[in-house]
Structures are given as structure tokens and as C-alpha cells.
Design a binder for this molecule. Structure first.
Ligand code: SF4
Length: 205
């Protein structure tokens, strides 16, 4: 068994979105909900039920615990579909696709399943509730390497207990931690004065 710090699969999505968000959640234990996370929790009610069923000739398992001793990873799959030919993880997202974060999370699930079940898993699906569309994700060598790289970076970040600088860009307006992170204040030393100048306190001289 690995002696390394175990990284949670959810941290991969947070890190891919913003390394500072990942550190705040997984190192500092900060969590606040916004409209996106509340919508996501509602959308997950059915998959969180753990209710399994047969559907169009395949078995659909829900809320399946996952781990990889090789990678030092643990987490959970929203759903795992099993039929005569394949095992496929399925991730449910309430909104629309924003970059590769969900692909990386899904690939991490596949890497865990491959190790747990000793099978090859070439692809999985992400279901997006916004457009109500299911998107196929192929687990290429490049995507697998990227997952491994991110897991290593997260582990380094958690062990260092450091908080990366806030990028303070368009991601922040959608971020659930906006009011905790205060990127306008913390993004760079000189921005504190700019924040005060722009703020409702009117401290500019
Ligand atoms: S508010 Fe911006 S900088 Fe802060 S955690 Fe969120 S995305 Fe990252």
C-alpha cells in the first residue's frame, strides 16, 4: 500500500479549476455554497441514493467508492455502467462544460476502477444537465498522464500547506469561495491599495 498522502478525486476538479480553490477546500477546510454548488447537490440526489438498477441491458451502479493504491487516490463515482463489453464511469454535472476539469475527474475514476477490477477502461461519459447532453470522454495516454501529474501537484500542495496566489480572473466570479478568498485583495500586494480605492469605502486619495 502507498505511504503517500491520499488525494481525493474531487480535489482534481478543484485544482483544475483553480489551485487556490483546491488549497482552500482541501487544506484549510473551507466550504461555502453558491448557486452552482446548490444546483449540483440537487442534481446529485438521485446518484447519491446508491440505488442500483438494470437499464437497457446494462447494470448501473450508483455512488460507488473508488480507490487506487498505486496513485494514492480515493473518491466516489456517481455511476458505473457495466455491460457484457465494458465498464464505464459516468459523472453527472448540473451545468455546462467548463474546460477539462470534469474529463480529468472522470479519468481519475477510470484509473481507480481499472486497478480495482483489473480491467481496461478506454472511455466514460459526463452528463451535463444544462444542455441535457451526455459527452463521451476517451481516456488517452495524455489525459492519464495529466491526471497523474495533477495528483502529484495536489499532494505537493497539501504537504506544503501553502496557499497559491489568487489569479483574480474571470473564474472568480463563478467561484463558490469568492467571498472567502477575496481575490481582489489577495491577488498581489499592490492590489490592496487598488481594492481600497475601488471599494465602497472610497479610500482613494
Ligand atoms: S475566488 Fe478566484 S482565486 Fe479565489 S479560489 Fe475562487 S477562482 Fe480561485
Amino acid at each position: 500500500m502507498t505511504d503517500e498522502l491520499v488525494v481525493t478525486i474531487s480535489a482534481i476538479e478543484h485544482f483544475a479549476y483553480c489551485p487556490r480553490q483546491c488549497a482552500l477546500i482541501h487544506c484549510d477546510g473551507v466550504w461555502t455554497d453558491n448557486a452552482h454548488t446548490v444546483r449540483g447537490s440537487r442534481a446529485h440526489r438521485r446518484v447519491d441514493s446508491g440505488y442500483h438498477r438494470h437499464e437497457r441491458g446494462r447494470l448501473v451502479l450508483r455512488a460507488i467508492p473508488l480507490w487506487s493504491e498505486t496513485l494514492g487516490l480515493s473518491g466516489r463515482a456517481d455511476a458505473v455502467e457495466i455491460d457484457a463489453d465494458a465498464v464505464r464511469p459516468v459523472e453527472y454535472k448540473s451545468g455546462t462544460r467548463h474546460g477539462p476539469a470534469a474529463d480529468l475527474q472522470l479519468c481519475a475514476q477510470a484509473l481507480c476502477l481499472e486497478e480495482m477490477l483489473d480491467v481496461d477502461i478506454p472511455e466514460g461519459h459526463v452528463w451535463y444537465g444544462g444542455p441535457r447532453r451526455r459527452v463521451r470522454v476517451t481516456f488517452t495516454s495524455a489525459l492519464r498522464r495529466e491526471v497523474q501529474q495533477i495528483v502529484a501537484e495536489i499532494r505537493t500542495q497539501l504537504l506544503s500547506a501553502s496557499l497559491p496566489e489568487a489569479p483574480n480572473d474571470r473564474r472568480c466570479t463563478e467561484c463558490q469561495l469568492l467571498h472567502h478568498c477575496l481575490p481582489g485583495v489577495t491577488s498581489a500586494p499592490h492590489r490592496i491599495s487598488r481594492y481600497m480605492a475601488d471599494s465602497v469605502f472610497g479610500c482613494a486619495t
